[in-house]
Every structure is written in C-alpha cells, then in structure tokens.
Design a protein around this ligand. Structure first.
Ligand SMILES: [Zn+2]
Length: 385
C-alpha cells in the first residue's frame, strides 16, 4: 500500500519544507518533497492541515510509563510502555534501569534482551541504559544507598552478558574508585558513557571525559552544585563543546532560567531532552514503584522521603514543547534535541532521528499548539482515529 501524508510543514534534520508530502510504502519512506497540484504522487492521501511533521522522538532515559516499570521486563510491560510512548510521539527509547539488587538487575537485563529480539508494538526499545549501580552515594537521588556498587569491570561484564550485549549507555560517577577501568571497559565494549549521579570536581569530570565519556546524565540534577571556584561536573558539561548533555525539561527538575543557560551552552548540536519518566507517567496520583523503591506521586510530582524527586511523569512531547517555550526558540531549532542528537550520541543516526527516503517511516504529526495528533511508526498510525 502506498500512502501520501500531507501537512503544512515538514522538519527533517537538514531542512524545513513548506506544504510537504511524505510517501510511505511497506513501512518505509520512499519520497519526500514539496506538493503542488500537478505533482502530488498517487496513493491514499492522509492530510493534516496546519500540522507539522517531524521525526519520531527518541528518549534515552526512561524507566517506565502507564503503570509499568521497565525492569519488569515482561512482554506486557514493554507492550504497554511502547504503546503509551508511541501516542506521545516517541518511536525509540533506551530501556533504563535503576540501581537494584544485583540478582534482580541481571534477571531484568535477561528479560529485556529477550524482548528486544522480538518485534515490539509501538515505540521500540533499541538498547539498554544502565543508570546505576555505579553512582555516588553523595548524589544518589532516588537510588537507595545500599544498592549502589563501586564501579567494577567484573560487574559491568556480568551485566553486559546478561543483556546479551544490548547495553548502549552507562551512567557512572567518574570520581569513584574503579571508575577509570570501568569507563575504559565500557568504551571498549562500544557502550557510550554518561557522567552523572556524581559529586565530581572539575578535574575529576575532565578525567572522565578523557577516558571517553560522551554525555552527561540529567544535567544539573544529582551533580555537585556549581560553584565559581569549583565548577564541578556541571562546569565541564556546560563548557565542553564535544560533550552531549541530557536535560529533564518538566519545569520542576530544572528551573526555566537554568534551561536557558543550558540551551545557550549546549545548543542544537549537543543537547538531549529526556523524560526520566517512571511508571506513574500517564497515570493518576498515588503510590508507585521505581525499581524496588516506593515512590509517592502528588500532583504529577514523584517524591521519596521528604522532598527528593524520584523520576518524573513527563512525556517527551511535553518536554519538547516546554523547551521551546522556556527558550523561545523555534521548533525547528530545538527538535534535534529529542530526535537526532540522542541518535548521534549513540551512533544510531543512520536509522533514528530523521525523515528521508529509504528510512523506516517513523514520524510525528504535531498540531499548531505542538500536541501530538498522530504518530506513524514503521508506516503505521499509532493513534486510533
Ligand atoms: Zn537519575
């Protein structure tokens, strides 16, 4: 079947096209172009007047959604999460763990590896992000202290094997003993290293970068507080133009003025928007689990103990909309932060984060108010009419 999707605007990684069309055949894009009455290709036309077509979003840091935690690693959990994410414009994600008992972690990784070999409905898990257990006890956020581990090549190898080599991203605090060898091993395995949950000084952060770190985990959150005499990891993240940097743009984790600082420093080449969402995303307030942890959700805010944030209920379409609103930047400018940049960071940009002939037909239709009208994944609409 041949479908011609039309809208008011198309944003690809390289250009914006007014009055565009996208031809989809057998799940792939076969042609994109500008429509005029004479040249519209044949096929069933799906018209979205006033709307913008952009590549499907990519979330490299997400723990769960719609009542399920990634670490359940069951077909039902992944199908529910995949369907929910697809309705929010997400086409791909990294299944993200939290620090947990090592037996439970290994079991989850085995389950995720099994599921990732099967075709999934909705958004696709394209790899695993290990957030923990190699985190600083001083900046552990919601990760329970007793579940943290000193960085260890042996443990990393065990997790890699359990995950059948599907680990693509590792969050680690570079100042911990054993971090150097563990970062070096991760790089050797082709895992991207992200610095975070860290009390690193500027010097310690730079050492992590020299060892091969490619990114930073939720910039500002769970990092040593910026000080003008000891800028710490935040100082390195904001000033190193080679480093990618994640941001949670829910307006709670990072105040909008800090979001603008981040935008000025990381820009459209190095910023990566994430959700850090947990199972309560898309669900009512109440008690939830994050890994083994009890979390209470009040007014959409995920909390443990007094007032520690424990993940978010953010969706990436809202994160992108917030980011454009907080920075005042055009959608075309900020769109790469939720599409192409995470794919570039992971070396997956030949498959993810753009719309072009020959690629899988994975794209989102946004209304003028920047809400998701429809998501096409592998050419199939994900939202029932
Ligand atoms: Zn975290």
């Amino acid at each position: 079947m041949r479908t011609v999707v039309r809208a008011a605007q198309l944003l690809t990684a390289q250009r914006a096209i007014e009055d565009p069309f996208v031809v989809v055949e057998d799940g792939a894009v076969t042609e994109i172009g500008q429509a005029d009455a004479a040249s519209l290709p044949n096929g069933e036309v799906l018209d979205f007047p006033g709307a913008t077509i952009l590549p499907a979003l990519f979330d490299v840091h997400i723990h769960g959604s719609a009542g399920h935690d990634i670490m359940e690693a069951t077909p039902q959990a992944l199908a529910t999460i995949g369907g929910f994410l697809a309705r929010h414009g997400v086409g791909a994600y990294l299944a993200t763990t939290v620090s947990a008992d090592m037996d439970m972690t290994l079991r989850s990784l085995e389950g995720l590896a099994l599921e990732m070999r099967r075709p999934q409905l909705g958004a696709q898990p394209v790899g695993i992000h290990l957030e923990g257990p190699f985190l600083s006890p001083h900046k552990r956020g919601a990760h329970p202290e007793r579940l943290l581990q000193k960085p260890s090549v042996k443990l990393l190898n065990q997790m890699w094997q359990a995950a059948e080599g599907q680990v693509r991203l590792l969050t680690i605090a570079p100042e911990l003993p054993g971090a150097d060898e563990t970062i070096a091993r991760a790089v050797e395995l082709g895992i991207r290293v992200s610095l975070g949950h860290s009390n690193a000084t500027l010097a310690e952060a730079r050492k992590g970068v020299q060892l091969g770190a490619a990114s930073a985990t939720h910039t500002f959150n769970a990092m040593r507080t910026f000080d003008h005499r000891e800028p710490g990891l935040v100082g390195e993240v904001l000033t190193n133009d080679g480093l990618f940097a994640e941001l949670i743009c829910d307006g709670l984790h990072v105040e909008p003025t800090a979001v603008r600082i981040y935008w000025k420093m990381k820009g459209r080449e190095r910023g990566i928007l994430i959700t850090d969402a947990m199972s309560a995303a898309g669900m009512p307030d109440g008690p939830y689990k994050l890994g083994e942890l009890d979390v209470r959700v009040e007014g959409g805010v995920c909390l443990i103990e007094e007032n520690t944030l424990a993940g978010s209920t953010l969706t990436l379409d809202t994160g992108l909309r917030n980011f454009a609103a907080f920075t005042g930047a055009a959608l075309a400018e900020v769109m790469p932060l939720a599409t192409r940049n995470p794919a570039r960071m992971l070396g997956l940009d030949d498959k993810i984060g753009d719309i072009a002939a020959g690629r899988s037909a994975d794209f989102v239709i946004l209304s003028p108010e920047r809400t998701v009208i429809q998501t096409f994944l592998r050419g199939a609409p994900q939202i029932a009419a």
